[in-house]
Design a protein around this ligand. Structure first.
Ligand SMILES: Nc1nc2c(ncn2[C@@H]2O[C@H](COP(=O)(O)OP(=O)(O)OP(=O)(O)O)[C@@H](O)[C@H]2O)c(=O)[nH]1
Ligand SMILES: [Mg+2]
Length: 323
């Protein structure tokens, strides 16, 4: 199961209590106060990890608790701090307050660390309350409660280029042939059920992140096929590549259907830079003459299997990236 939206509750650890204690030493009848402070409660921390691509692992638990701090001890010893609990999420995870729906943080960098619930402070032991007038303070503080809240996590993958097209158009095959990603490829529709990301090398030190998503069909915005929910994964891509099988009976029509489905999901998507990619060039003897679509969009023909046009496509995508 692919999880790209979950709600969880997080609760940081309570601080340990400060304690009341007095020195008990041989031959010292009245020792002074020596009650130590409580330890700090553990934090709940979100940490991004580029090796993760879904929120699935996070979803195994609905509640995340960090450890409480330990109480202080005699002899001025501090209680141990509670351990943090670290929740690993993929980069591209948007964190909201589940009650107010407000965005708390958008975790876009890899290895980004964010304390979502802070542990309570430990209470002070009675040592702190000693004064010239009170040498035997019988006072200490309890630890503070840790923060707690309900959060909603939503993943919108971060990629430079998003591949859109009908099922079987060859999206996953393209991703596999220009990157090290190994998505599932098969000759039936809806092979891809969850987004795949790959890194496409452009030049020695430059690369693009490409996202392959499930196939779209006409009526997807009404729930046909896999629906359009997964389109949110291309909402943050800078460039869109519309993949259409070169054998299509009507390339303009197919392109129109794809555009319509995108528009129904989010009209902003059509303001994105885009290119039309005719796929499976090796399956036809006819060289497609079309170089430009009616709306002015550039057309590139490729074959992932015969490795044709791939370099040109990658360079074109790179040039389209906002610098
Ligand atoms: N001959 C030829 N076949 C291709 C080419 N690219 C993809 N195919 C075949 O087309 C079929 C579908 O390819 P996929 O890459 O799985 O298509 P997809 O667009 O990812 O499909 P969904 O995940 O279902 O949306 C597979 O049988 C591929 O082997 C190509 O360049 N040439
Ligand atoms: Mg696929």
């Amino acid at each position: 199961m692919f999880l790209d939206f979950i709600k969880i509750s997080v609760k940081a650890g309570r601080g340990g209590n400060g304690i009341i204690s007095f020195r008990r030493e041989k031959y010292v009848p009245k020792g002074g106060p020596d009650g130590g402070d409580g330890g700090r409660g553990g934090d709940v921390v979100l940490l991004t990890d580029a090796n993760l691509h879904t929120l699935q692992d996070v979803g195994h638990n609905r509640h995340y608790f960090a450890q409480s701090g330990e109480n202080g001890l005699g002899n001025n010893q501090h209680g141990k701090n509670g351990a943090d609990v670290v929740i690993r999420v993929p980069p591209g995870t948007i964190v909201r307050n589940a009650d107010s729906d407000e965005i708390i943080v958008d975790l876009v960098e890899n290895k980004q660390r964010f304390v979502i619930a802070k542990g309570g402070r430990g209470g002070r032991g009675n040592t702190h309350f000693k004064s010239p007038t009170n040498r035997t303070p019988r006072r200490s503080e309890p630890g503070e409660a840790g923060e707690g809240l309900e959060i909603a996590l939503e993943l919108k993958v971060l990629a430079d280029v998003g591949l859109v097209g009908f099922p079987n158009a060859g999206k996953s095959t393209l991703l596999a042939s220009v990157s090290a990603a190994r998505p599932k490829i098969a000759n039936y529709p809806f092979t891809t059920l969850t987004p795949n990301l790959g890194i496409v090398k452009v030049k020695d030190f430059t690369s693009l992140v490409m996202a392959d998503i499930p196939g779209l069909i006409e009526g997807a915005h009404e729930g046909k096929g896999l629906g359009i929910q997964f389109l949110k994964h291309i909402e943050r891509t800078k460039v869109l590549a519309f993949l259409i099988d070169v054998q299509s009976e009507n390339i303009e029509k197919d392109y129109g259907v794809l555009k319509k489905e995108l528009k129904n999901f989010n009209p902003e998507l059509l303001k994105r830079k885009r290119v039309v990619v005719l796929t499976k060039l090796d399956t036809t003897a006819k060289i497609p003459k079309k170089q430009i679509m009616r709306d002015g969009t550039k057309v590139i023909a490729i074959s992932s299997v015969a490795q044709q046009g791939l370099e040109k496509l990658v360079q074109t995508l790179w040039k389209m990236m906002p610098k």
